[in-house]
Write a protein that binds this ligand. Sequence first.
Ligand SMILES: [Zn+2]
Ligand SMILES: [Zn+2]
Length: 380
Amino acid sequence: MSRCLSIAPRPHADELLSSWQGRVACHYGMTREALGRWIGLAPQHAAPGGFAAADYAPAAEVLAAWSRACRLNPARIDDLALRRSGRMLDRHVWAREAGGVFVGYAFCPACLEEDAAAGRDQYFRRRWLQIEALLCERHDRLLVEACQYCGAGEGLRLAFHVGQARLVCRRCGAVIGRAAIERREPSPQATAIFGALGAREPDEAVMATACLLWSLLRPGMPPRPVIFCLLEETPALGGAPRDCKAPLSSASRDWRLTTWIAVAQLLDRAGARDVFGAPRFEIEQLKTWTRSRPAQLASRTAISTRSASAYASLAENILASPEWRSRPSAATARERLLGRLMREALSPGGARRPAIKGERPGIEGERRRKIRRLGTLSSD
Ligand SMILES: [Zn+2]
Ligand SMILES: [Zn+2]
């Protein structure tokens, strides 16, 4: 059964769909999922799982039900779906809301502080989930993901507070952006680079380099992502990309920042080498470390394998050799002699290499002696 709400806050033009749905639900003391069911959505549509279903390409039923319940023009709600912007899914940070908790949403505390000061609900901006958005364009400050009071990055909840919806830390309950916040801001030079990187949508070279950085080094090398080769210290892997094919979409804010710096160094973008230094390795070197072993090694192994008849011939040569016929009687000495004769025969160009069909043993050795003599003459 579909129901209508008597009043509902309007979405902001720059707001995420999940943020608006959360605010509406918050005003009714519910979660987005509970309100979705109340307005008549099936359970799978009331709580769409993941970023794609919730914010990027929500189902038509979801958009229709929410616009009907909130008495809003369906086109206005439809415009909140991020796919309408024409951006690809992997150009967004895949933040997700579940059970009323917003996880992986980067935010600018100063913007949220302004919301509170203006007496309006706090809300998540669409821009904050673009993978190149490292700074708030309005305040020129790094976006953050963790609570500045307790340091937890476990997500935020919307809570009704003095007539408005407020974002609070899931763990400690602190209202985000409320008090003066002490944080380590990057240097003005670094801030300028983050601003330049965030000024346009990432191109294919950026996307490919980010993927390269999160590829694993090839077998035989330490089992780590490539990006570790560029870092001075080995950091904790917490917050590492959930999907290594889309690292900028699925990593924490800290790993996103580290990845962006490495990408800018490798591609020599935005003056990153002047501020963060040249990368420890160039991009072509890193690429070779992700490839499987060179093909010629495999073919060399194949060449070294001889046929069964060649090994039989090799054994016959050893048994017929004068050294083996005059072998010592002591077993240990005999074993040692046999080991040496086999080593010599198996070594590349060994004097007792097995005869190949049609080739007379002895000629090869004679030819080699002649070549050696010629070599000696020519070097005089
Ligand atoms: Zn801001
Ligand atoms: Zn907290």
